[in-house]
Design a protein around this ligand. Structure first.
Ligand code: ADP
Ligand code: ZN
Ligand code: ZN
Length: 756
């Protein structure tokens, strides 16, 4: 059985092919080429099952043979294959697509794979009448090498013999004077340079308690743990100790972090701590060849620590070697993949640890309510706490500022985004020599173009999507360029209209975006305006992956005084100079049409507030909001996660929402609205007609909060039940009936984290 890299959804088996003689002994997990379709188009796939007989009902004479091996990689290990089956089933994704997504593109395309040739002297060289001077020199080099030296690489040998090319050596090989062996390897330099080892701080009592408790489970099979500790509590230190113990026990440790948190700071800290231990780092900032190289280090079992963002959970660590899985910032939404397979990295991590029979440690200051519920009333996850910040850090004082009131104090009628409290806070922080971080969570409604006459109410929306277009101003070396509009859902761009198409009045930009905050900041801090002391980071201002890294190192050195940005700056940064953190508008996340809006707001504000108070001086966080009484904001300011979680869980219970119940979301899309509506209605009726729907609540179909993207209308059906198994029974049945067919017109999102 072969699962092809296509959307053919034949769960769980894939397609049947015969094993030709040269491939006898081919195993599950091998990557092969098979003929597909009427034209027998060669297509890549993975062997998912090997059997002695063709399955019943299939005419053996009509089974096509496998064409050959697709690459020389080691086959997928049984555990990873198992994981693929689980993902394919649980997230309703065709097995072929699941398997494909587990292998980085660079690995599939074999980027950087080179053949290296090694040379040795022949044991019994034939008698050769005359040797040329070059050949004598080569033999001389080889003779002078110590008897137990490894074979020397071809070009290195040529170099040592002073030859311009290895042609003479090759000639000697063909004469039988020398013996050549080849090795296929991924080329590429090791990354990044290792710094000197940094000292290990003495653990606090709390840290030591956790390290001991989790450490005791290291070789004891599968177990689940939550490390719940305020930001700056020293969770990373706990991970590092456990990673170290794992490696000392001869196992491999896998550390997952959110993509954004993979700053050079985090990586440098890991590498500097363990200068002797080979580490494989998998993240999107690498070139294809580097990725392949890093992946190979893990596959060959050389790397003893593997780290990376979401997809690193598929790192090819050999079965039996994995000893610990850590998921840092487990609540982070970036762990959820937003295209098929729509898996959640944290949940896959738990599954992988279970397959490997090792502990999994989730860490967060603001755990997802899913994890929180499992660690508290459900008792499925063992909780460990760090209640105090690490020595030398102080707890930031969080002040909530009612922006509606502040706004009244402005004398002019300009749009102000930074109120007097934040402005004077910035001033003071800078005067005292501190640095500041300013967060603007730009998702939400920002920088829209609208009619200046509010009675008209016209607002520029994308012609392909039911969403507003956002105004951007590109930056060039010689100053800002002309403004243009971009849709953040389909990426289309347009010029800014001069006048309102409805009434002809001039248009204005309203809302707030990072660019506008930057302009205002420069007005408030004129003395910093001319220097590079204010820097904005967001996906528009940071082009190359290296840009952000360079900004961070300048911030670390102190030449940048104020760093302004989106979520990019909310995570994982550890800079002692930061005394002030400002949240420009805490409401952008709070107002999203998503039941997790409050949870996200709490997470974001605590994360960013946790960036300050990491040095000697006290930290201060100022949160501007129009909703100072919203629990998510009030309780973040008081550092009361548990009270927030309790209140929020009560709400979820009342409305029958996750994590109290489980959810799957089925998305139906079509360019034709009537067709989309009909398909969604039919599916909902079919689901309701199944006996498996007993005890399940079906909501909808209803238009999605963003009802149209890229000119496709979107409707959703929400499937809710008390347990995941009930949802699975219903969805699997509908999948078997072929009513649910994930693809262009339908998407299934099991345990969705965003509902737009
Ligand atoms: P978290 O991951 O919980 O946000 P970090 O691990 O980043 O916290 O720790 C915050 C800071 O405290 C880091 O600079 C870290 O080096 C330091 N730190 C952690 N544990 C200790 C300790 N036991 N003694 C001294 N400093 C520590
Ligand atoms: Zn659009
Ligand atoms: Zn108008």
């Amino acid at each position: 059985m072969v699962a092809v890299e296509r959307g053919v959804d034949l769960y769980p088996d894939g397609l049947t092919y015969a094993i030709p003689e040269p491939l006898e002994g081919v195993r599950e997990g091998a990557r092969v080429n098979v003929p597909l379709g009427r034209g027998d188009k060669p297509t890549r796939g993975t062997v998912v099952a090997v059997a002695d007989h063709p399955p019943a009902g299939i005419d053996a004479g009509r089974i096509k043979p496998i064409l050959g091996l697709a690459d020389e990689r080691a086959p997928l290990t049984p555990h990873l294959l198992d994981l693929a089956h689980w993902i394919s089933r649980y997230y309703l994704c065709p097995i072929g697509i699941t398997l494909q997504s587990m292998l980085p593109a660079a690995v599939r395309r074999e980027v950087g794979l080179v053949t290296t040739t090694f040379i040795e002297r022949a044991e019994h060289p034939p008698a050769v009448a005359r040797l040329g001077p070059k050949q004598r020199k080569v033999l001389e080099v080889l003779e002078n090498r110590p008897p137990d030296a490894e074979p020397i690489e071809l070009h290195a040998l040529a170099g040592e013999a002073g030859l311009a090319s290895p042609a003479a050596i090759r000639a000697m090989v063909s004469k039988g004077l020398l013996v050549a062996t080849t090795r296929r390897e991924v080329a590429g330099r090791e990354l990044p340079d290792r710094a000197a080892a940094i000292p290990r701080p003495d653990l606090t009592v709390e840290q030591a308690t956790v390290v001991e408790a989790v450490g005791a489970t290291l070789l004891e099979g599968f177990s689940r743990h939550l490390l719940f500790g305020v930001t700056g509590a020293g969770k990373t230190e706990v991970y590092l100790r456990l990673v170290e113990q794992t490696v000392q026990a001869g196992k491999v440790a896998l550390l997952l972090v959110p993509e954004i948190a993979l700053t050079p700071q985090t990586i440098a800290r890991l590498l500097a701590r363990f200068p002797q231990i080979p580490v494989s780092i998998l993240h999107s900032g690498l070139t294809a060849a580097q990725r392949h190289r890093q992946w190979s280090l893990a596959a060959e079992g050389k790397a003893r620590i593997v780290t990376g963002a979401r997809s690193a959970i598929f790192a090819p660590i050999p079965d039996g070697e994995l000893g610990l899985v850590v998921v840092d910032e487990e609540h982070d939404p970036s762990y959820k993949q937003d295209q098929a397979p729509r898996y959640h990295g944290r949940d896959v991590a738990i599954r992988r640890a279970q397959l490997a029979g090792c502990p999994v440690l989730l860490g967060s200051a603001t755990p997802s309510l899913e994890t929180w519920l499992n660690a508290t009333s459900r008792g499925l996850i063992r909780m460990h706490r760090l209640s105090k910040r690490a020595p030398g850090l102080n707890v930031p004082k969080v002040e909530v500022v009612d922006f509606a009131r502040e706004r009244r104090s402005f004398a002019d009628r300009r749009v102000h985004l930074i109120g007097p409290t934040l402005a004077s806070g910035l001033r003071r922080c800078l005067d005292e020599g501190g640095q500041a971080l300013l967060l603007l969570n730009r998702r939400g409604y920002a920088n829209y173009i609208a009619c200046s006459d509010q009675r008209c109410g016209w607002i520029k929306t994308c012609s392909e999507c039911d969403a507003g277009m956002v105004c951007h101003r590109p930056e060039h070396r010689d100053g800002p360029g002309p403004e243009f509009l971009r849709c953040h859902h389909c990426g289309s761009e347009q010029r800014v209209p001069r006048a309102c198409p409805e009434c002809g009045k001039p248009v204005t930009v309203f809302g707030l975006g990072t660019q506008r905050v930057e302009e205002e900041l420069r007005r408030i801090l004129p003395d910093l305006d001319e220097s590079d002391a204010i820097v904005r980071v967001d996906s528009d201002s940071m082009d190359a992956p290296g840009d952000f890294h360079r900004v961070l190192s300048r911030f670390g050195e102190g030449s940048i005084r104020v760093l302004l940005g989106t979520q990019m700056i909310a995570k994982g940064l550890d800079f002692p100079g930061v005394r002030l953190v400002g949240v420009v508008n805490a409401d952008t996340a709070l107002n999203l049409p998503d039941f997790r809006a409050a949870e996200r707001t709490f997470q974001l504000v605590s994360q960013v507030a946790g960036r300050c108070g990491r040095g000697e001086a006290a930290g201060r966080a100022i949160v501007q909001t129009f909703q100072p009484d919203a629990p998510a904001i009030r309780l973040t300011a008081l550092h009361r996660f548990e009270a927030f979680a309790e209140a929020e869980l009560a709400d979820r219970l009342r409305f029958g929402l996750p994590p109290v119940r489980r959810m799957a979301r089925i998305l139906v899309r079509d360019e034709d609205l009537a067709a989309a509506e009909a398909a969604a209605k039919e599916l909902a009726e079919r689901l309701a007609s199944l006996p498996e729907s007993a005890g399940i609540e079906l909501r909808g179909p209803s238009p999605c909060p963003i009802a149209r993207i890229s000119n496709r209308h979107r409707l959703q059906i929400e499937v809710l039940a008390d347990d995941a198994a009930a949802i699975q029974r219903l969805l699997q049945r509908a999948r078997a009936e072929r009513w649910i067919r994930p693809g262009e017109k339908m998407a299934v999102d099991v345990d969705p984290v965003a509902l737009l």
